[in-house]
Design a protein around this ligand. Structure first.
Ligand code: SF4
Length: 326
């Protein structure tokens, strides 16, 4: 068992080391929980991990490789990077890194950059066509590799940002699902980092010294709508710690009878004496009250009072599930 508790006598280096261990453990548990909750990985799966060279996809691969060693089920991993031929893309970085890990990998070279530049007028956003082309290529590669799951590095903050983007600009209550099926129903896409905070992934990438490849090589302008949402949520996070967590939890706690979508709930069919709906209950005359809308989230889990400590259960990892707390 690894003792990760801090003591007053710790040197700064010891403290940093222990905090790094705790962060790695927390991320591993969160990924394990997401995998379990959504049945993301099953025995015999061949998981294609899409690696862009950004911090999130590096963390995804790193954590999945760790889980693979301790999981009670067998699954294989193959890392895939799509080299889109953006100017200045450092071609040697990912092969060198992946070879050092000893993981199976493929680098796919497809010049989508030239296609996008040729087809999209100057000044227009290129991301939509670029990501459509990338998606098609990755699905084809998944077929070629016999991959049964395609893993992407989106995290909890990406999911919350997408929720607000869809509400603000699309009039839809819709986020980014942790698991989805492709339109042709032939591929399952999973997002094992769905429970992970971006700020943890930033710290993890620093600690692991991943060889990050800049994400602006294509020269695309940042998506302004996404930036507006990002700034808004970051501001909330500074002023109301815990708010992002609560927003994400709300996606897992939907009450259709207290929304207004007639396709989700049969409002027209409501009659006196009918069966009661879901947990929303009768709030017709109530003003909403909330006990603790911004429950704090502790960077240091052990500093958190027991009542707000998040349960850490990872049935993928038998050692943790067995309670030895490795
Ligand atoms: S930022 Fe560049 S590489 Fe990424 S989706 Fe947009 S155009 Fe493509």
């Amino acid at each position: 068992m690894t003792d990760t508790s801090l003591s007053a006598a710790d040197t700064p280096a010891q403290k940093a080391g222990r905090n790094a261990l705790k962060l790695a453990k927390r991320l591993r548990h969160e990924v394990g929980d997401a995998i379990n909750d959504f049945n993301m990985i099953e025995p015999g799966d061949r998981v294609m991990v899409c690696l862009s060279g950004g911090k999130d996809s590096y963390a995804l691969l790193d954590i999945l490789l760790g889980l693979q060693k301790s999981a009670p089920i067998d699954f294989s991993l193959v890392a895939v990077n799509l080299d889109q031929k953006q100017p200045g893309f450092p071609e040697d970085v990912l092969p060198r890194y992946l070879a050092s890990l000893g993981v199976e990998y493929r680098i796919i070279e497809e010049d989508t950059y030239s296609i996008v530049k040729r087809l999209v007028p100057e000044g227009k956003t290129t991301c939509s066509l670029c990501s459509r082309l990338r998606r098609g290529i990755l699905y084809r590669v998944a077929d070629e590799l016999g991959a049964t799951k395609i893993a992407l590095g989106h995290h909890r903050d990406d999911i919350v940002h997408t929720l607000f983007l869809n509400m603000f600009y699309g009039s839809k209550l819709k986020a980014m699902p942790p698991k989805l099926i492709s339109d042709d129903r032939r591929h399952i896409v999973i997002r094992p980092l769905a429970y992970c905070r971006e700020k943890d992934l930033i710290r993890y990438a620093e600690q692991k010294a991943f060889p990050i490849i800049p994400c602006n090589l294509c020269g695309s302008q940042p998506n302004l709508q996404r930036q507006v949402i990002r700034d808004m949520i970051n501001d909330w996070d500074r002023r109301f710690p815990g708010r992002i967590e609560n927003m994400f939890r709300s996606l897992r706690n939907v009450v259709p009878s207290h929304l207004a979508d007639t396709r989700l709930y049969d409002f027209a069919g409501l009659r006196v004496g009918a069966a009661l709906p879901d947990e929303g209950g009768d709030t017709a005359f109530d003003s909403e009250t909330f006990s603790d809308p911004t429950a704090p989230v502790f960077d240091d889990e052990e500093a958190a009072p027991a009542t707000v400590r998040r349960p850490v259960i990872n049935i993928l990892d038998t050692r943790v599930a067995g309670g030895c707390g490795e």
